[in-house]
Design a protein around this ligand. Structure first.
Ligand code: NAD
Length: 475
């Protein structure tokens, strides 16, 4: 049982002034594993004041200094990787291999951003102007529970590279992981006040960051619903805002694809991060005359997947993060059946023998149509919906028939065709034939999947304010 009652403000571990507490539950066992004290408005204001003070000198540090800091942040995460992995498994239920991947990704975020920083031109010349790219100010970072380390790392890395200071509010459901990350980042010898971290709920700490005049920008990852609340909330102070939100990503398999590869790949893409992934390819769009073959291959692929104890090496799907998330997924599975979709495998309830945790049955529905709720709403669990098309035009239309625009997937043996289709899909990221995302390239969504981009040079630019100076060369 862990007692989490420390925040990280101005380079010190400090006691919260807030007194509310939240129980932390291991989703694999439903056992209580910790209790976190939540911050209040005063805690938030103290963290903002520390970041504001630190910005005065940090904004004037050299590229060389910040580049070394990013290296040290990487090294600090790697030095603590074992503890971070265990925290991710225990508190979030990430399967071991996924947890290892997440920690490595978080560490690599610092190095990739270091590379982008070293190549970046902070002073550019346009016509008669000198354009200087300056750090935007104090950034409020708000993150969800589904990939806590890497989301914090990506946002923090961009802020540090730009010369911005931060106040980080991770998900209150990730408090054990936050504590471990906080202790790791503390070892990186970053100037006091540059990184501040507080636990708390969205409507208290998140709302104060959103409204506070000394926060220049909010970098948010989370649901579209909360993204909209934050967008309303920043109006009065005119903050800059980046929003990385939800998705309902299409995966188009063209008739010429190798279905023996493309269908198992589609299952993997839908079930990544136990289905709790913003880029889950949750709508599989296949040729109508191949449906029976797709159903057979999808069923076989799901049967080969191990759901269970996330500590075991061969587990692919762990529990849902909370009872609330478990119930959400159950609700969608029930709705799928009520609305007339055909259950290929899975269904309601726990997989046999896994009643002790928030485990759900990996589920595949066929004969899904775009008017069904399971085809339109983000489920955030291992539920794959198969839809069919007769013409490729119809497949493209179906792929774009969503309020989201985060990721899309295409399988085809013709690269020409796949690239043509990629150019017609409305989404921030398109992945062809099993290629994963490129974290040096911009990551983010269009439509209600968000505003702005993260990672690499695009992530860095989001944290910079251009200043055009003319007459700089006149005497
Ligand atoms: P959420 O929106 O409920 O919470 C995200 C964060 O916002 C948490 O830290 C929460 O405390 C905070 N928050 C809640 N209410 C707030 C308010 N009124 N003001 C300020 N902050 C507030 O999301 P979640 O359930 O933690 O995460 C799942 C969602 O995140 C999914 O929709 C998923 O698609 C999305 N997500 C998107 C990406 C991406 O890169 N696009 C990545 C991961 C997750």
């Amino acid at each position: 049982m862990k007692t989490l009652n420390q925040f990280y403000i101005n380079g010190q571990f400090v006691s919260p002034q807030g007194t509310d507490v939240l129980d932390l539950i291991n989703p694999s066992t439903k056992e209580m594993i910790g209790r976190v004290t939540l911050g209040n408005v005063k805690d938030t204001q103290d963290a903002i004041a520390a970041a504001k003070q630190a910005f005065k000198s940090f904004s004037r540090t050299s590229v060389e200094e910040r580049s070394q800091m990013l290296q040290r942040l990487h090294d600090a995460v790697m030095a603590n990787s074992e503890a971070l992995i265990q925290g991710n498994i225990e508190e979030y239920g990430a399967p071991l291999n996924a947890a290892i991947g997440r920690v490595n990704l978080a560490a690599a975020d610092f190095l990739r951003t270091k590379e982008a920083l070293e190549e970046f031109e902070f002073v550019q010349y346009m016509g008669k102007a000198k354009v200087v790219l300056e750090p935007v100010g104090v950034i409020g970072i708000i993150t969800p529970w589904n990939a806590s380390y890497s989301q914090i790392a990506a946002k923090l890395a961009s802020a540090i590279a730009a010369g911005c200071t931060v106040v980080i509010k991770p998900s209150e459901l990730s408090a054990i992981q936050t504590q471990l990350l906080m202790e790791s980042l503390d070892q990186a010898d970053i100037p006091a006040g540059v990184i501040n971290i507080i636990n708390g709920t969205g409507d208290v700490v998140g709302a104060e960051l959103t409204r506070h005049p000394d926060i220049a920008m909010i970098s948010f990852t989370g649901s579209t619903h909360v993204g909209k609340i934050i967008r309303h909330g920043v109006i009065d102070t005119m903050k800059r805002l980046t929003l990385e939100l939800g998705g309902k990503s299409p995966n188009i398999i063209l008739d010429d694809a190798d279905f023996n590869k493309a269908v198992p790949l589609a299952v993997k893409i839908a079930y990544g991060n136990s289905g709790q992934s913003c880029i889950a390819g949750s709508r599989l769009i296949v040729p109508r005359h191949r449906l029976e073959e797709v159903k057979r291959l999808a069923k076989a692929a799901v049967e080969a997947i191990k759901v269970g104890d996330p500590r075991e090496k061969d587990t692919v799907i762990g529990p849902m993060v909370t009872g609330k998330q478990y119930n959400n997924v159950q609700r969608y599975i029930k709705l799928g059946m009520e609305e007339g979709a055909e259950l290929v495998i899975g269904g309601e309830g726990h997989p046999e023998g896994l009643e002790q945790g928030y485990f759900v049955k990996p589920t595949v529905f066929a004969n899904v149509t775009m008017d069904m709720t399971i085809a339109r709403e983000e489920i955030f669990g291992p539920v794959l919906s198969i839809l069919t098309y007769t013409t490729e035009e119809e497949a493209i239309e179906m792929a774009n028939d969503t309020s989201y625009g985060l990721a899309a997937y295409i399988s085809s043996s013709s690269l020409d065709k796949a690239n043509q289709i990629a150019s017609r899909i409305s989404s921030g990221i398109v992945m062809i034939n099993g290629a994963g995302p490129e974290m040096k390239a911009p990551f983010g969504g269009s439509k209600q999947s968000g505003i702005g981009r993260e990672y690499g040079v695009y992530g860095l630019e989001e944290c910079l304010e251009p200043k055009s100076i003319t007459g700089y060369d006149l005497v």
